[in-house]
Design a protein. Sequence first.
Length: 365
Amino acid sequence: MSDSTTQNIEQAEDGRYSTAGAYVHEGEEYNRDTTYIEDRIVADPEHAELAEGARAWPVEAGRYRLVAARACPWANRTLIVRRLLGLEDAISVGLPGPTHDSRSWRFDLDSDGRDPVLDTERLQENYFKRFPDYPRGITVPAIVDIPTGQVVTNNFPQITEDFSTEWKQFHREGAPDLWPEELVPEMREVMHRIYTEINNGVYRCGFAGSQEAYESAYERLWTAMDWVEERLSGQRYLMGDHITEADVRLFTTLARFDPVYVSHFKASRNKLTEMPNLWGYARDLFQTPGFGDTVDFQQIKEHYFVVHRDINPSGIVPLGPSLENWTSPHGRESLGGSPFAPGATASGPVRDDERVDPDHTPLAS
């Protein structure tokens, strides 16, 4: 066991701030709280479409910090889209460690245990600077206004959509169009089903409080998994020949499927590696710059197996599965298409200070 894993387990076991009992409620099905801070960062604040009571913040390079734990699938989406679009210079990133207690995500990967830009120990502090009595969970991803240290939004699906549509002036040359106008109506339908049935479906299995709730969640999950397996039998990506945000949203669940969800969340009908279309598709994306180079498998496992004491009381983190097969040939080129449409290019090298620990990924450093 690594020293960092041991430290994360010891910190999570501090009974004063235990997360035990926070996830599974006996006799109940799992229902995610989807009430987020619905402020948006937009190019034209005066004419922005906003939810009732929400505020528009101006797009401004260098003003905001994305706080995104690599362990979290929702946060992983933002790291991927930020890389694909080349927003690294415009939006800095803070990377909390993989575990947390009831006081929220910690910046324990930084040398002095504080985010070097925000100067906070926990993301909770940035929420409380704006909402002293914030009543909900302190979630990632979150965008923080650097000058004030206040959280702006934690509305993860809107964050990535706005990266594509509102931050265009700061996209890199050759950035892909992840929201092709002609595909958006169908994309929204596909992404909605992926979210309710797969992204959140694994959590419904894992956090079910009764056998009945679990079995219902399990059936819904595998119905949807079979749907995407069939959808990907004749086309390279979810929406056709090129990567869109729909692929980003499915990928972060697939990357966690065999290492976590099959065992920890009992999504155990079969492994991802036993579904030929989905497994080839997942490897195709993983090997595309911007996807696999944001995935830290060790942090992923530590988060779920250490934090969810309702499910894994011992806090033991599994050593497997082996990761080398993620870099094996995927064969998806035979379906035609390419990762990006003509005129778009792959992301450049990962910044040195944003590289995944080489011991936590099968990708060559």
